[in-house]
Design a binder for this molecule. Structure first.
Ligand code: FAQ
Length: 337
């Protein structure tokens, strides 16, 4: 983050040294002007090294989130309550795999390899969204993920469609279309439960209780504690602040909960007539940082699952490489004839 010297002298000097490393005033001006004019920065354009690194960090974490995000729902594929629900869930999970592939590809345009990104995930250096470290205890949790988690993801990603980096911004357009469908299917599944038997309605309420606060945490620390926001907003990587997006999500979701006849688990939640927004209670930031730092309920299980999938898939990667080598050799031989 671009701290001022007065605030944090060491960080400010380190940041200035890093950005100055490859500084070329003319290129820097052209970059700044393009960003200011809402132009898109493309992979072959000059960009400050810190801009590139920030994007690699955010896009790869986003890709990891989609990739790890398949696990909580995957837990319910064999137990979905009907064939229709199972087919929907399978295709949703498949979409999440696709999202992670678009995002890994977008990050690769910045000169980082997919293997390096996955290695960082597997050895715990790279983060992924805190939300996927919570368990899915009942079918209603799967419905709540579609409604709340995809709902929160859309609010964040609609904003990222206007990101200054072209490949990320374009990936967001496609992902948002698919996430909208995910959100609606989640809400519809939640409605079926909320309008079902008293036991089903209770399940829906309990899932809302479990997923509400973790969903609010998806938007990241509050603005005053977000070290990356200032610079990312200045470069138009992020277009809205963490708190603004969180507020947008709350305002959008409360009427949906009311319609379902469910109660959001926050005694301080109240429509503020002056601002027109909902005021809400304080997030448990201690829980948030515990989960981000690897100590949530499912962190270890999720990472182990991803590592195992990587190890078990080694033969597929080897076979694909051997096949590609054979094809290339055949092509070379044909060209030499
Ligand atoms: N979890 O300074 P900031 C989905 C980290 S996709 C874990 O505010 P920034 C689809 C942050 O990385 C969900 N870590 O950081 C789906 C940073 O650490 P670092 C994923 C978090 O980047 C649905 C530190 O805290 N979406 O759900 C979290 O400016 C259903 C300080 O934070 C995205 O990734 C967190 N919640 O803002 C799939 C969207 N929050 O790297 C399956 C793209 C913060 O400095 C089923 N990302 N941290 O060590 C973003 O918009 C931003 O990266 C934020 C964080 C807003 C998440």
């Amino acid at each position: 983050m671009a701290y001022t010297i007065a605030e944090k002298p060491e960080e400010a000097r380190a940041f200035a040294a890093e950005t100055a490393k490859d500084e070329d005033p003319a290129k820097r001006t052209a970059f700044d002007e393009k960003v200011a004019a809402e132009g898109k920065i493309e992979p072959r354009d000059w960009m400050p090294e810190k801009y590139r690194k920030t994007l690699v960090r955010q896009i790869s974490q986003h890709a990891h989130s989609e990739y790890v995000g398949m696990l909580p729902e995957g837990n319910w594929v064999t137990r979905a309550p009907s064939l229709r629900r199972k087919a929907i869930l399978l295709s949703k999970i498949q979409d999440e795999a696709g999202h992670s592939l678009y995002l890994y590809s977008a990050a690769e345009t910045l000169g980082v390899s997919r293997d390096a990104m996955l290695e960082a995930l597997h050895d715990g250096r790279a983060k992924y969204s805190s939300i996927f470290n919570y368990p899915t205890l009942t079918w209603a949790d799967v419905a709540a993920i579609g409604w709340l988690v995809d709902g929160a993801a859309i609010v964040n990603q609609v904003s990222l469609q206007r990101c200054s980096y072209g490949p990320y911004s374009r990936a967001m357009v496609r992902i948002c279309k698919e996430e909208s469908f995910h959100q609606r299917q989640g809400y519809e599944a939640m409605m079926a439960l909320a309008q079902g038997t008293p036991e089903q309605k209770k399940m829906a309420q309990e899932a809302l209780n479990r997923w509400w606060w973790p969903s609010l945490m998806m938007f990241g620390p509050s603005d005053k504690d977000s070290p990356n926001s200032e610079q990312s907003m200045a470069w138009r990587i992020k277009r809205d602040s963490n708190d603004d997006l969180r507020q947008r999500f709350v305002d959008m979701t409360i009427p949906q909960a009311d319609y379902l006849g469910l109660t959001v688990p926050d005694p301080e939640l109240k429509l503020n007539a002056e601002t027109g927004h909902y005021d809400f209670g304080e997030i448990d930031w201690d829980e948030f940082w515990q989960v981000v730092n690897g100590n949530g309920i499912c962190n270890r299980e999720r990472l182990q699952n991803r590592r195992d999938a990587w190890d078990k898939g080694a033969w597929v990667r080897e076979a694909a490489m051997a096949h590609a080598d054979k094809k290339a050799a055949r092509k070379l031989a044909a060209a030499a004839e």
